[in-house]
Design a protein around this ligand. Structure first.
Ligand SMILES: Cc1ncc(COP(=O)(O)O)c(C=O)c1O
Length: 372
């Protein structure tokens, strides 16, 4: 459909990666990793060369998020998906309430629901709508999703919970960029292949004293069988020792640490402000073109990490996406497959520059308008 379209040279972004995860890993980070030569990759995660990087990463996250000093950064293998099970197995006492608004929040709810010794309740809104969640009488864990990557909605405020309730926040794709006061949360967790610009496979959980105490209390209940890899005591003990329970991917840790250092140079407030500027650009673009519309109608829930933009059915977005991928000019702007909409989903993660997003919008408009 676009075979004869000539991509103007000045509209080619400096980096083609606009995907919502895995996301743009800066080439400089790969070069820094290569420079460690024989002294990092292939060495033990129980020895200082790696443990020091893990410690720097844990300290860097505490600083970045201004986390209270009695919180602990815990890491493990398996990504956020593993934590879905691990939280339900070892943090929920009797009952969890999940506030869902898309594929990932539903997936978390569904994995909790399979655990026979807890009750799991779902409060949902239609895909495309936002929901902030609230404390629920009888529920000892409230589960919310900071940024629903499938639809592009973010929380506009955090629920307040009491001293006996855990507030668990899946911050996988908004963590580090969408506003959130971690001191008001008990488990703030994410995988590093989004804003934190590393590879997948790892999970990171920032845990409050309340969450640490709950995990230890439930671990002491020997009537629950929890596999060792999902055992919170193992994870916490290793976190305290700047390690993971089993062998992690060292490159993932190294690259994430580079990104945390980079983000700490300007700080969380400035990262959020830059993200808001990018969001204003993309949503402003969608609102200014008759053939585009913002999928998320409620302004307060529009994500500043992932923008979802519907396109007039006269132009098939798949043709646009395939052409740009073939030319190696733009990667990863497909809508979430199960939503099945004629939609672009464009990441605004920290490493994606404003200038590149500007070029992308002009390029996409030129392609669409050539067919209208
Ligand atoms: C909001 C959200 N939660 C959880 C996950 C699962 O993360 P992982 O694939 O690292 O397990 C994703 C992945 O995209 C996500 O976007």
């Amino acid at each position: 459909m676009f075979d004869t379209f000539e991509i103007p040279q000045n509209l080619i972004p400096s980096d083609p990666r606009f995907g919502s995860g895995p996301s743009l890993v800066p080439v400089e980070f790969l070069e820094s990793l290569a420079k460690t030569g024989m002294h990092f990759m292939g060495t033990s995660h129980r020895k200082p060369a790696v443990k020091n990087v893990v410690k720097e990463l844990q300290d860097g996250l505490m600083k970045y998020f201004q986390v209270p000093s009695d919180y602990l950064v815990v890491l493990g293998n398996g990504g956020a998906t593993l934590l879905f099970d691990m939280i339900a197995l070892g943090i929920v006492e009797k009952r969890a309430t999940h506030f869902t608004c898309g594929e990932f929040s539903e997936k978390w709810f569904k994995s909790s629901k399979l655990i026979p010794w807890i009750e799991t309740e779902q409060v949902s809104v239609a895909f495309g709508k936002g929901i902030n969640g609230k404390a629920v009488a009888g529920s000892d864990l409230i589960a919310v999703t900071l940024n629903e990557t499938s639809t592009g909605v973010q929380l506009s405020s955090l629920p307040t919970v009491d001293a006996n309730t855990i507030l668990a926040v899946d911050a996988t794709s908004g963590g580090g960029q969408c506003p959130c006061d971690i001191s008001k949360t008990d488990i703030y967790f994410f995988s590093p292949q989004k804003v934190f610009a590393s590879d997948g496979g790892l999970w990171v959980a920032i845990m409050s004293p309340k969450a640490l105490a709950r995990a230890k209390k439930i671990a002491a209940d020997k009537s629950r069988y929890v596999p060792d890899i999902m055992n919170w005591t193992n994870a916490i003990t290793n976190g305290e020792a700047n390690q993971t329970y089993n062998t992690p991917a060292l490159a993932t840790i190294f690259i994430m640490n580079e990104q945390v250092k980079r983000m700490n140079q300007i700080g969380y407030a400035e990262v959020q402000a830059l993200a808001q500027k990018k969001a204003d650009l993309l949503y402003g673009w969608a609102e200014s073109k008759p053939y585009l519309s913002c999928f998320i109608e409620e302004n307060e829930f529009r994500s500043i990490a992932v923008a979802t933009i519907d396109v007039d059915s006269k132009v098939n977005v798949d043709d646009v996406i395939k052409f740009l991928e073939k030319k190696k000019v733009v990667y990863g702007i497909d809508g979430y497959r199960k939503l099945g909409r004629n939609q672009f989903r464009i990441s605004m993660f920290h490493n994606i520059s404003y200038a590149d997003l500007e070029k992308l919008t002009v390029l996409l408009s030129a392609m669409i308008e050539s067919k209208l």
